[in-house]
Write a protein of this length. Structure first.
Length: 131
């Protein structure tokens, strides 16, 4: 397994348990990734066709996912439809923006880069192929 894959596998398990559909959306970083975190950690971006093993918090495998699409989207261009599919909180764009902006500000503290409405979010679409 590639280094970047193991970096985010266990953190998306919680989201996987919350969503019962076979095809769903996940946005990456420690819980959500933005392009900046891949760059400072010298990690490769996920790609269409990647397979990932999803583990629970105890690192016990729970599922295998296949990446079906990757999109790079400015934070300011995330849509209400996108926020609803991601499925957190009340599923509104306002909620999504509020919690993710706070997260990114915390994550980027201590670096010269700071949160920006123009920062690029790495969005990974995938389907569960085994669970």
């Amino acid at each position: 397994m590639k280094k970047y894959q193991s970096h985010f596998i266990s953190v998306i398990m919680k989201k996987m348990q919350m969503i019962a559909q076979n095809l769903w959306l996940k946005i990456l970083n420690k819980q959500l990734h933005h392009l900046w975190s891949f760059e400072i950690n010298n990690e490769k971006l996920p790609r269409k066709g990647d397979l990932n093993i999803i583990t629970n918090w105890n690192k016990v495998p729970q599922a295998i996912i296949l990446t079906t699409k990757i999109e790079l989207i400015k934070f300011s261009e995330i849509t209400a439809k996108f926020a609803q599919k991601e499925g957190e909180g009340d599923k509104s764009l306002a909620y999504w923006r509020k919690v993710h902006k706070a997260y990114y500000k915390r994550e980027m503290q201590g670096y010269k880069e700071g949160f920006s409405e123009d920062m690029i979010i790495v969005c990974q679409y995938f389907k569960t192929i085994y669970s």
